[in-house]
Write a protein that binds this ligand. Structure first.
Ligand SMILES: [Zn+2]
Ligand SMILES: [Zn+2]
Length: 150
């Protein structure tokens, strides 16, 4: 993929802004229940970005849950307008899933796959051309190089 870097985005009210300086490891449509609740949508389009190349500023709070995967997942949201911006999972400390609809140019998003499809809503129509994963996507798409993790 050839995304123009840095990518910038932010929340609905504009108080929180972020920057993605390194190319994402991958792009995915996540259908897990936590993403459904956090976004209010049927699924979450996410950019899986290297944590070292990601920064965000503004009035944020975090809400932490035990994810469907069994890992703790914290989601950062704007404390003023409530927009969910990105997540931080204990499964992969070096990667941040960033909610792609919050990009200034969300049209740049191109999903590589659908993940957590076992939790997808029955009325959700997916692109049949994309690879489907019942739960987490393959490790390489989350930037995990250590073998045997996934
Ligand atoms: Zn806001
Ligand atoms: Zn999810």
């Amino acid at each position: 993929m050839d995304l123009p870097l840095p990518l910038r985005g932010g929340c609905l009210c504009g108080a929180v802004r972020y920057e993605i300086r390194d190319a994402p490891y991958g792009q995915a449509n996540c259908h897990c229940r936590a993403c459904q609740h956090a976004t209010g949508g049927a699924y979450a389009p996410v950019l899986l970005v290297p944590a070292a190349g990601f920064s965000a500023t503004g009035p944020m709070r975090r809400h932490e849950v035990l994810g469907d995967s069994g890992n703790r997942v914290a989601r950062a949201f704007c404390e003023r307008c409530g927009t969910t911006l990105y997540a931080h999972t204990t499964r992969v400390e070096t990667m941040r899933p960033v909610y792609a609809v919050t990009l200034d140019h969300p049209e740049l998003f191109r999903p590589d796959l659908d993940c957590w499809v076992e939790a997808a809503q029955s009325w959700m129509v997916m692109d049949p051309a994309l690879p489907k994963f019942p739960r987490d996507p393959p490790a390489r798409l989350a930037g995990i190089r250590k073998p045997g993790r996934d």
